[in-house]
Design a protein around this ligand. Structure first.
Ligand code: GLC
Length: 800
């Protein structure tokens, strides 16, 4: 047990004074008398990387997290010396490095405020237990400082006062505060004095973060091996911190197909085929939109991956096609454990080619999962990933499966105390051989990556779709994710909300929870409230273990079915809005959900808010999180907002009561927003979109909105075949002006927009399009403030 107290001084070792300094372009090395080297790399004006070695030699510089596409380059770099410090100055930061002991202090270059300062700074402990160094860092927490991020931790947004462990863990029926769970994203954001910075500790060993938990004014992090290797990312806006972290660890490699943003239905398990068909038919019969249906482990023959149960699914190709004809994409689960069975070709091949993980003393790593005793591919070997990718040929290319769900990839092992591999298991780590202590946290990521490569290849020219349970920083490049085995309780609805927000501010936006809860059964009210939350999560899927009854939208009686339908329909209407938000995420790294603190850090009221969040750029949503509610109190961020249901305008910066009976939930739209909507479809592509609805929310002043569209699948968008509409709204007392700037070569199927004007404070007397007055009848202007316009307009004046 390591403690992070002052007592620690005892066993700890510290760098001594700097004896030499070297500068090699943007890499600065400081060597101490006792042989510690600190290497500071200036990646960007706002990003410094700090790397320490205690042995005088750095290991091979290799990271699964950092993407080769990360931006580099800076505008300014200067290193000077004072009596006590080396001083690194970039266009955004000033970093002092103490000549006495390598401790650092970082300041904002524009106004010299202190952003982040070492307490003990880097130190280490030689650990007999771990056979190496425990590398440690401690920093001073400023009074009033708050902390956010860290992936999927099931706790309140603000992490202050808490300690966490990072070790990817199968956590069936976890609860609030369970730690660690499925993901390791060792990135946090600090917020102090309205300025925000981030720290990404890129070390894959078991690691810990302590946010003023053990000592009120100290924040620290440490790992049981590897290097002290972290990136300091400056804002001062939190959204820039998150954007820069996402740039470093990667944005999704492509846009998801639009259908993946539709509604998904899952259960452990729908089988046989007739049961799957019953479920999909019911969706169509009840007119509840749905795009994807999942097959959990029972579709296989004895849980052997890449096989089908002959009894339950005699002709998968035909079934998948019939489902596809009805608009359903079939998604199947694939786990990492390969059943030990000499008659099973995947096992045989893995064995022959020597692709399975081995123990340190030679034998294969054997562990029990669903199929019984299994071996596990070493996904950290490029040739194994390639082999794995190749295994998807039949499933995807031939049978027509559209997505793959990777589970148990922590890796989970049953009936053993640590629930995973023993620490001595060997991994290739892409040519940097190591033990499971180092590879554990990235194992699931590499499995998802290999799966992604398979889908990318065999789904071509369509886009790949993968879901993973385990993840490390950077996994967002390849796959979507869900939050694992939660429970059907109200508290878990809260947890799902927190986890989705937290993942989004940890660079991983394509997430959702098992709607309704995986373990146990929700009542109709809880299910309906959870659907209301779930339609605002980028990944929207109901899933349940199935041993506690049914969890389909119609399982709770007509009243609930109607509420669920209403909200899933809303999801489908908002698809172009969500797709645009996704595009901004994939393009720029802007999170799809924004916790209020991320949205408005200057308002200190937001620093401890948990329930409310911004969906995309303009919609504020807040789930009802308890039973028998007719509404709730919530915080409305600063600015003016329209109640989505009533168009009533409210002023933010305050808590308000908002009505929300079971068939409603608090949703607000930012004034000035233009929100695009599609008609309700039973699945993406069911209808040809022949008109785009634009909900325009009047504002006195200016506001910009965007609408991104493309062919909804395929790669043409990369060649410029997309349609990006940039709307500039300017509201005056007696006039509303909307300018449209269009870019991209994609031609949308619709020719017209239907504008629906909300909150217009005047009666329309005249409408001008591109300088010409238009007759009311030509734009179908009628009493409800809707009008129909050619989509190609560049400037619209609505005059009172
Ligand atoms: C794990 C997954 C769950 C899945 C089950 C059976 O518990 O988290 O989603 O249904 O395994 O495959």
């Amino acid at each position: 047990m390591i403690l992070n107290t002052e007592l620690e001084y005892k066993g700890n070792l510290f760098p001594s004074k700097i004896v030499s300094y070297e500068k090699n372009l943007n890499v600065l090395s400081f060597t101490t008398e006792n042989g510690v080297i600190l290497e500071v790399t200036v990646r960007r004006d706002s990003i410094l990387r700090f790397r320490f070695t205690t042995t005088g030699i750095f290991e091979n510089d290799f990271s699964y997290a950092i993407t080769k596409y990360a931006s580099r380059g800076y505008n300014h770099l200067e290193v000077t010396e004072s009596q006590d410090n080396y001083i690194i100055t970039t266009a955004k930061l000033i970093c002092h490095i103490s000549k006495l002991d390598l401790r650092t202090s970082i300041f904002d270059a524009t106004d010299n405020t202190l952003i982040c300062e070492d307490e003990l700074g880097f130190h280490w402990e030689e650990s007999y237990e771990h056979g190496g160094d425990i590398v440690k860092m401690s920093k001073i927490s400023q009074p009033g400082e708050s902390y956010y991020g860290l992936g999927d931790k099931p706790v309140d947004n603000n992490l202050k006062g808490k300690r966490f462990e990072n070790w990817v863990t199968d956590s069936y029926a976890y609860g609030r505060d369970t730690d660690p769970i499925y993901k390791t994203i060792p990135f946090y954001t600090g917020l102090n004095n309205k300025k925000s910075y981030g720290i990404f500790f890129d070390n894959t060993f078991r690691s810990f973060f302590d946010f003023s938990h053990e000592r009120r004014n100290i924040t620290s992090f440490w790992a049981q091996g590897g290097e002290m290797n972290y990136y300091f990312i400056y804002g001062p806006n939190m959204s820039d911190v998150v954007v820069n972290y996402t740039d470093l660890t990667g944005k999704p490699h492509e846009m998801p197909a639009l259908w993946t943003l539709g509604y998904h239905q899952c259960k452990w398990s729908y089988y046989p085929e007739s049961n799957v068909k019953e479920i999909t038919a019911k969706f169509r019969e009840l007119k509840i939109p749905c795009d994807a249906i999942y097959l959990d482990i029972d579709y296989m023959e004895g849980f052997r991956c890449f096989t089908w149960s002959k009894e339950h699914f005699p002709d998968p190709k035909r079934m998948v096609k019939e489902l596809a004809d009805d608009g359903f994409k079939t998604i199947v689960i694939i786990d990492p454990g390969i059943k030990i069975d000499m008659d099973y070709s995947v096992f045989q091949e893995g064995l022959e080619k020597d692709y399975f993980c081995k123990r340190a003393d030679g034998p294969y790593m054997k562990g029990k999962v669903w199929p019984g005793e299994c071996y596990f591919p070493d996904f950290t070997r490029p040739e194994v990933r390639e082999w794995w990718a190749g295994l998807f040929k039949e499933l995807i290319e031939d049978i027509g499966v559209k997505g793959v769900w990777n589970d148990m990839n922590e890796p989970a092992v049953m009936d053993v105390p640590g629930k995973t591999f023993p620490p001595d298991v060997r991994h290739d780590y892409d040519g940097n051989p190591c033990s499971h202590k180092k590879a554990h946290n990235i194992y699931g990521m590499q499995m998802a990556r290999a799966t992604y490569q398979g889908l990318k290849k065999f789904a071509y020219p369509k886009r790949p779709f993968v879901i993973t349970r385990a993840a490390y920083s950077g996994t967002q490049r390849y796959t979507s994710s869900w939050t694992g085995d939660n429970i059907a309780t109200w508290d878990h609805l809260n947890i799902a909300n927190l986890q989705a927000q937290r993942m989004c501010m940890s660079g991983f936006s394509f997430v959702g929870s098992d709607i309704g809860g995986f373990a146990e059964q929700p009542n109709g009210e809880l299910y309906a409230r959870w659907i209301q939350l779930g339609i605002f999560h980028p990944f929207c899927r109901t899933h349940s273990s199935g041993d506690h009854g049914d969890q389909e939208p119609w399982a709770f009686g007509d009243t609930i079915t109607n509420v669920v339908r209403k909200f899933i329909e809303l999801r489908y209407q908002l698809l172009p809005y969500l797709y645009t938000a996704f595009w901004r995420y994939a393009e720029e790294g802007i999170p799809i959900l924004k916790s209020l603190v991320l949205y408005d850090q200057e308002d200190s009221q937001t620093h401890y808010r948990n329930d409310e969040f911004i969906f995309g750029e303009k919609i504020l949503a807040c789930p009802v999180t308890g039973p028998n509610q007719k509404g709730r109190r919530m915080y409305i961020p600063r600015g003016k907002w329209y109640n989505f249901w009533t168009d009533e305008i409210v002023s933010g910066g305050q808590e308000l009561w908002v009505d929300a009976d079971l068939d409603s939930m608090p949703i607000f739209v930012k004034e000035g927003a233009i929100v695009p909507k599609y008609p309700v479809q039973q699945y993406v592509g069911e209808k040809v979109i022949d008109e785009l609805l634009l909900d325009v929310y009047y504002k006195l002043g200016k506001e910009n909105s965007m609408v991104y569209e493309d062919a909804t699948d395929g790669y043409d968008y990369i060649k410029g075949r997309y349609s990006l509409r940039d709307f500039k709204l300017l509201g005056k007392k007696n006039e509303l002006i909307i300018q449209q700037h269009k870019s991209g070569k994609f031609i949308t199927t619709y020719k017209t927009f239907k504008l629906s004007l909300h909150g217009l404070p005047f009666k329309i007397s005249k409408v001008q399009v591109d300088n010409e007055e238009i007759l009311f009848k030509d734009i179908k202007l009628n009493g409800d403030n809707t009008l129909v316009l050619n989509k190609e307009f560049t400037e619209l004046h609505i005059i009172g």
